[in-house]
Design a protein around this ligand. Sequence first.
Ligand SMILES: [Zn+2]
Length: 130
Amino acid sequence: MSYCELCGKSAPERKRVIVDGTVFNVCMSCSRHGKPYEPAPVPKKKKVVAPATKKITLADDLVLDPEFPRIIREARMKRGLSHEQLGMQMSEKSNLLRRFETGALKPDELMAKKLERHLGIKLYVSAEGE
Ligand SMILES: [Zn+2]
């Protein structure tokens, strides 16, 4: 048996009405006091617009991979290039490349980008989550 949620009387037939913004299942006589309840159409979800603070990926977020000597060396060897050959391709001194590969010298950002381009490698890795 169902009861009216407003007057508490047993109500074989109940109606859903809105009283003060709340949905009640009420008897016929109480239903006159409220607005007929109509299920609201499901609001279309607005596309969540990404916050305007879009991160601009700068070198700030990236760090030189500490494995850079190995990465450079392996990429160069994969291509079958000597230090001299790669140096010529990059218009850099082969001696410089040697020093990168031994880790004696850290390529600066410009040089790292150049190496990345020429060798198809990634020397900068995201500093986040590391
Ligand atoms: Zn009632």
